[in-house]
Design a protein around this ligand. Sequence first.
Ligand SMILES: [Zn+2]
Length: 327
Amino acid sequence: MQHIDMHCDSIEQIVLFDHDQKDLYHSSLTMVDFERMKKQGQMAQFFAAWLLPQRIFEYHKVPLMTDHVYVQQCHDELVRNVEKHSDIIAMAYTGEDIENNWKAGRMSAVFTVEDGRDIDGKLERLKEYHDMGVRALSLTWNSYNCFGAPNSKDPILMHDGLTEWGKTAVRYMQELGILVDVSHLSEGGFWDVYNLVDKPFVATHSNARAIAPHQRNLSDDQLRALAAKGGCAGINFGPDFLNADPTDPNQTAERMAEMAQYMVNVAGIDTVAIGSDFDGIHGNLEIDSCDKMGLLEEALRKKGFSDDDIEKIFYKNVLRVMKAAVK
Ligand SMILES: [Zn+2]
């Protein structure tokens, strides 16, 4: 079945490491490429520019660049690759674009940014992002920035919320039509977002904390709050986010189906989606590539999910959210 994946880190691999070919059609470096997306029959992929810590540039001996230049490079590489393969894929800026591309026989690429630090407290930069084509922004990664506090094991940080500027910025993002992504945000920040927004928001790649106690996963109350605003959470395929034991390196389709079942029981079938986090996850992965989604479909069926349920999880919930909150 076709699916929409709300998060992967694959462009980073292309921009930083794949110096010879820089090709997202066929890439031995990444868990996602257009060729495997096509083979799978994937509907859309959100490609995130994850703002790297400087040490990663140093570690890989890649010349340092500013966040703003890096975001632009990620965007340009994605668009260049999509245009080169325009027979099978096109950029999408709305839910309607994804549907129209699909009807025309094309998959969609959606450009997103993970970490709002490059916004640097400037509302005009959010407008610039929207003009560039950014359609989802994770407010924080794992450090404080102009939006507010990140997820943390430290309870003080975890309860800290958005800055006053961050609150204004979240309202402005919804006005512009950029999805507000709380996947790396503190719990305090989550509730600030919840109290501010009048349109759906998302956790692009977060699971249920009741099953896997990672601080990036969502409590039952948070899952219900996402549901109350009509948003959704994408199932993260990483072992850290799936397993009760944080040292367990295994990811299986069955465990992902169990996670989906729990999240559906808590927040309803309209609240669960896909957010693989491909190219940002490690371990013994049964589903380690975008063309293995059939395994998840099968595991969901074994758990008793119907065709209608799987359609919602695989793509319909994300399309609904995009139609309500992205323009
Ligand atoms: Zn992430």
